[in-house]
Design a binder for this molecule. Structure first.
Ligand code: FAD
Length: 398
């Protein structure tokens, strides 16, 4: 699928992290800008981080005018990429239903829907009856702790297979001449007169004028190597799958109030996830507390899942920023140093679109307008993004 190449002593750019963001940027640097003398350096194997651990949900149903068009463009890229990579990314455009269990949630969703519609993105408010028509297995009675009042339905959303995305992008990048070095760890970054000069790895030192930090949860540690502190804290996000079932769920369903979301994989497993753990850590472990929580939440919303067993559970560290929006910046504090991180537990959906614009930024040195709101300086300038203004994000289940 991708070639094994020798580690050269110099590259035009070094990308740290073989996740969806690093690989997508490498692919677009070669595809759109003819920059092929690039190394992707990955400490473990590609997809080891969040990119190989996520639940593959993709959507453009946030709130702000900065994020909505960005994620919308991202959604429209998946079918095109499937064709051009000649690799089945298993994009299932099944639609996403976010459930509301209180008037406050309904109001928050009305705002999201209004923002989406204003920007020409398909999203609509639905009542409880329509939720039931979309997903007949839902319990819309008053039996659950938090009865379903309605929700926000976003037809363009869906899911993909995370491994397929990583392998497809790696194949595409490698075919265009990008070097992917697995089991190679970045240990330091050399600077000369305030500019990037080299990258020290456990396999040797590379001379390069450009570094892109796409190291996910480890991005603050990489950034510290050039003296930049990032406002990122790392929280583990857990997910799990049940044994395979006949098809019962042909949409992604999510509930902030119950802190859970769920979809059915092509194999028939019910894949479930939730918010990040409330304590900072770098582990990939799961907790009994979380598994119990998911079981309770899912069987209240979808009672037919009672008695179904979880087969596997896993966790992945997520790099969270204070305003739940990424940090996409570069060439500012240190010349030649770029970063695309702080993707938290929502960054898979944006991999290709962020990679496309980051490649443009690195190749042309012009900061694309669409990325400017995500600058690190927004924290200095008190221009935080508005994604956290959700009254139920830290709802009763947390
Ligand atoms: C359980 C779970 C569920 C999720 N569900 C969704 C979802 O449904 N939808 C969605 O959009 N997002 C989801 N996410 C979030 C998403 O997975 C991440 O935001 C995204 O994958 C981040 O990609 P990345 O390329 O920035 O980082 P990563 O995929 O984490 O890649 C970073 C890589 O850098 C490598 N690295 C670190 N340090 C070094 C070093 N010193 N030298 C070399 N390499 C290094 C790591 O090994 C890693 O492979 C979920 C995350 C988790 C954990």
């Amino acid at each position: 699928m991708w070639q094994e190449d020798p580690l050269n002593s110099s590259y035009d750019a070094v990308i740290i992290g073989g996740g969806v963001h690093g690989l997508a940027t490498a692919y677009f640097l070669a595809r759109d800008h003819g920059m092929k003398n690039i190394a992707v350096i990955e400490k473990h194997h590609i997809g080891f981080g969040g990119s190989g651990r996520n639940t593959g949900i993709v959507r453009a149903d946030q709130r702000t005018k900065e994020t909505l068009p960005f994620y919308d463009e991202g959604l429209r890229l998946w079918p095109k990429l499937t064709a051009e990579l000649d690799f089945n990314l298993m994009f299932f455009n099944c639609g996403v239903l976010n459930l509301a269990h209180s008037e406050a949630e309904m109001n928050a969703m009305r705002m999201n829907v209004a923002s989406a519609q204003f920007l020409g993105i398909e999203s609509e408010m639905v009542n409880a009856k329509r939720c039931k028509t979309l997903i007949p297995a839902l319990d819309i009675s008053d039996h659950p702790r938090y009865p379903i009042l309605g929700g926000m339905y976003h037809p363009p959303g869906g899911n993909l297979h995370h491994d397929a995305v990583i392998w497809g992008l790696a194949k595409g990048a490698s075919q265009k001449g990008i070097h992917i070095h697995q089991e190679t760890e970045v240990l330091g970054i050399g600077l000369k007169e305030g500019s990037i000069d080299s990258v020290k790895t456990d396999k040797g030192t590379i001379e390069t004028p450009r570094v892109l930090n796409t190291a996910g949860a480890h991005s603050p540690l990489i950034s510290a190597m050039v003296g930049i502190r990032l406002p990122i804290h790392v929280l583990t996000t857990q997910a799990m799958v049940t044994h395979p079932l006949k098809p019962i769920l042909d949409h992604v369903v999510s509930s902030e109030m119950y802190a859970c979301y769920v979809s059915q994989t092509l194999k028939g497993e019910i894949a479930a996830g939730a918010h990040s753990d409330p304590w900072p850590n770098y582990t990939t472990q799961t907790t009994a507390r979380h598994i119990k929580h998911e079981a309770e939440a899912l069987t209240e919303i979808l009672p037919c899942l009672k008695g179904v067993k979880f087969m596997r559970a896993w966790g992945g560290p997520a790099d969270m920023t204070p305003d739940m929006a990424p940090l996409i910046d570069g060439n500012d504090h240190v010349r030649g140093y770029y970063m695309s991180c702080g993707w938290g537990d929502f960054g898979f959906r944006a991999g290709p679109v962020a990679g496309k614009y980051m490649a443009e930024f690195i190749a042309t040195e012009n900061y694309p307008d669409v990325l400017k709101p995500f600058t690190l300086r927004r924290y200095e300038n008190y221009c935080m993004m508005g994604e956290t203004a959700d009254p139920v994000y830290y709802g009763p289940c947390n």
